[in-house]
Design a protein around this ligand. Structure first.
Ligand code: NAP
Length: 271
């Protein structure tokens, strides 16, 4: 459904001309199997909605300066409206330097400090794809978070922190938990909404959630080739009013939001 929406948005009229040429460049460095799958899925969805997408695969031993030079070239290309560098990067490359080099108006992941600052003050062009997708999903199911107790487990710049901000913007009372949080169960048992993004298979168990809670599982954990979320789905499902599955759930929405951000970038750059 979300992809169909983006497909409609992918055709827009600029100066009385129909344009379908949204350009997204996805850079992947190295051979990380999970990253390869994510990039493949992004490419597939781009093709489905008619975007021009370019996957640039670089070897593991790519030097940081080569990658920065490539981003610089993409920043200048008029046919590329969005740039995404698949994380994590090999250890010898500084992720912050890479994120800071992407032009903020092409930063469709919304990780650039300039975009992060805009999000902090609630005046933004892009939102980070995973939490944005979760907010869309809550809206789709008419789940209001206003006045609700929401616990976000995980405080990464990619998921946990922006998720907490977005829930706060919608008037939730938000608690952020992390690896140093004491008595996590006491917090989650009180929560109307739990979002978990920590990368630990089946971490959230039935005894940690209250009856009727909304459970959003961001985690992707591959064990012996099988994907698991951060929630013990089979058991927590019995107590939750809503729960997202893994695979499915949050993952496909993340890509849909990436495509939506690319449409936004295209519109902004053609104003
Ligand atoms: P990350 O950067 O590794 O951060 C993990 C967070 O979890 C940290 O804040 C860490 O706390 C916290 N944590 C770890 N163990 C914990 C524990 N026992 N109790 C409470 N908190 C704990 O991870 P991320 O990039 O946010 O990703 C998290 C998961 O989501 C991963 O499985 C990733 O693959 C998945 N993911 C999925 C999507 C999607 O589209 N579905 C998108 C992005 C990420 P500290 O800060 O104290 O270390």
């Amino acid at each position: 459904m979300a992809l169909q929406l983006v497909a409609v948005l992918a055709i827009i009229v600029v100066d009385n001309e129909i344009r379908v040429a949204h350009g997204l460049a996805v850079i992947i460095v190295g051979e990380d199997p999970a990253s390869q799958v994510y990039v493949r899925n992004k490419k597939k969805d781009c093709d489905e909605v008619g975007f021009n997408s370019e996957v640039i695969a670089l070897p593991e031993n790519t030097e940081e300066k080569e990658l920065l030079a490539l981003i610089d070239t993409l920043n200048k290309r008029e046919d590329i409206h969005g740039i995404l560098v698949q994380l994590p990067l090999p250890k010898h490359i500084n992720e912050d330097a890479v994120i800071n080099t992407i032009s903020p108006e092409k930063d469709v992941d919304a990780f650039h400090p300039e975009n992060v600052g805009h999000i902090m003050i609630g005046d933004y062009t892009f939102l980070p794809c995973t939490p944005a997708g979760i907010m869309e999903m809550l809206k789709f199911y008419n789940i209001s978070v206003a006045g609700k107790k929401c616990v976000v487990i995980g405080r990464s710049n990619i998921v946990g922190k922006p998720m907490a901000l977005m829930l706060l913007e919608k008037n939730a009372t938000v608690t952020i938990a992390h690896s140093r949080t004491k008595n996590l169960k006491e917090l989650t048992k009180e929560a109307d909404v739990v979002v978990v993004a920590i990368g630990k298979a089946k971490f959230v168990t039935e005894d940690m959630v209250k009856e009727g809670a909304v459970i959003v599982d961001v985690g992707i954990n591959r064990i012996d080739g099988v994907l698991y979320g951060d929630v013990d789905f089979e058991n927590v499902e019995k107590k939750a009013s809503y729960i997202t599955p893994v695979p499915g759930g949050v993952g496909p929405l993340t890509i849909a939001m990436l495509l939506l951000n690319t449409v936004t970038a295209f519109i902004e750059q053609n104003k």
